[in-house]
Design a protein around this ligand. Structure first.
Ligand code: SAH
Length: 390
């Protein structure tokens, strides 16, 4: 097998099972191409791990095994998959939920690959050309250990020759309807990079419904398909969904319809968030709960938005339309914005405006998004409920 030798003194983090091989830590390596297996060695040629080449960001690839004698073949992938399935037993048994992440990249031992289960329809996401080279073996392993209705795939790397989409099984008619915490959502597995629902927010959505919606007027910003609005509407006095994209209106209405909520009874605006702030303030609309779950980065005709730069303005703009004692749900999925810094930004923004508040709850990823304890960036989700004090 090919080898890559670490720079002197760089072995500690890998001996401590850091799963992503940083290119800058490599002293020299054999000629490597995407998908190749290689042994990671210390500068004195001691074995640390067996890895594959799959370039992502600054990474050369991921560790697959710490056992020099463990062959990386179909049986290896079956084993990793079986372990992941066993860990998801809770979700397989759970009533009222049939969509969850079945395999979460380095959290489940194969960095660069996620598998989501949408009521038996599997969505595989390949994050590098290298992991895609392992595709054939992984698909065979899936056939061996999983029963499914269909398989779809998406790629997160650029290669004109590779088509995302249908792989095998019985192709359903999209959208399919999935259930999560007794709420229904439409899902498309073959329509652009997103599916209609972000499964990582399942616990946050539930908390919103159970604790922050009852008899409240709930505003959902960056609402996309209205997932937060739809679950909140089960208890709320009203919901208002705001998204810049035209498509969001129909998708949100359909999700309300699935849950026997008349879409006409709810408010939907196709509008930029900051324009909506002005509009709502002008019309003296006020809310009891405001959900802010923006993309990390967005560009529209007028300007660019980035969470790192613009979050304070998002909070500041929400305050004039938030009732006394009201709650903001502040989210970001940016791994460039770690929890500590996110909390500091919230504190800094509210302190400067002399607003009294409490952090009710700090939430992260749900358990199906299993993370690797040795790899901090994988805990990318932050969702914080902040309540204003009188
Ligand atoms: N909160 C959503 C996910 C948001 S995805 C959920 O829980 O499902 C990001 C969304 O932000 C996209 O639908 C995009 O159209 C919208 N968006 C991007 N920039 C925006 C802006 N300036 N104002 C309002 N919506 C915006």
């Amino acid at each position: 097998m090919k080898t890559a030798i670490l720079n002197k003194g760089k072995e500690t983090k890998y001996l401590n099972q850091y799963p992503l091989i940083d290119k800058a830590d490599i002293f020299k390596h054999d000629q490597l191409k995407d998908g190749d297996l290689f042994k990671l060695l210390t500068d004195s040629n001691q074995y640390i791990a067996t890895c594959y080449v799959g370039e992502e960001h600054k990474g050369l690839g991921y560790v697959l095994s710490y056992d020099e004698d463990e062959p990386i073949n179909q049986v290896f992938f079956e084993k990793r998959l079986r372990e992941a399935i066993e860990e998801r037993d809770y979700f397989y048994q759970k009533e009222g939920t049939n969509a969850f992440r079945l395999f979460n990249s380095e959290g489940d031992g194969i960095g660069g690959l996620t598998i989501d289960n949408y009521d038996g329809h599997l969505l595989l996401t390949w994050y590098s050309k290298g992991v895609y080279k392992l595709r054939y073996q992984i698909l065979k392993a899936i056939d061996e250990v999983l029963s499914y209705k269909s398989i779809y795939e998406k790629t997160r790397f650029k290669d004109e020759a590779i088509q995302s989409g249908y792989v095998k099984g019985e192709a359903p008619e999209f959208p399919i309807v999935i259930e999560e915490n007794f709420t229904y959502y439409n899902v498309h597995l073959n329509d652009g990079p997103m599916t209609g629902i972000f499964l990582d927010q399942k616990e946050v959505r539930k908390k919103l419904r159970d604790q922050y919606s009852e008899n409240r007027h709930v505003l959902n910003l960056f609402s996309y398909t209205g997932a937060f609005s739809v679950i909140a509407a089960e208890n709320a006095a009203s919901t208002t969904s705001v998204d810049l994209a035209n498509r969001s209106r129909a998708l949100t209405e359909e999700n309300f319809g699935l849950n026997a909520i008349d879409p006409k009874s709810q408010y939907i605006y196709v509008m930029d968030t900051f324009d909506f702030y002005n509009y709502a303030a002008r019309h003296q609309h006020v809310y009891d709960t405001i959900v802010i779950d923006p993309p990390s980065f967005a560009r529209n005709k007028k300007k660019t938005f980035s969470v790192l730069k613009d979050y304070p303005a998002l909070i500041e703009g929400a305050l004039p339309i938030l009732n006394e004692g009201g709650t903001m749900l502040l989210c970001t999925n940016s791994s460039a914005f770690p929890l500590k810094q996110f909390k500091k930004m919230i504190k800094g923004t509210l302190d400067e405006l002399e607003i009294d508040y409490q952090l009710d709850e700090v939430m992260g990823l749900p358990r199906d998004f299993k993370t690797n304890p040795h790899y901090k960036p994988s805990k990318y989700l932050k969702a914080i409920f902040v309540t204003l004090l009188h």
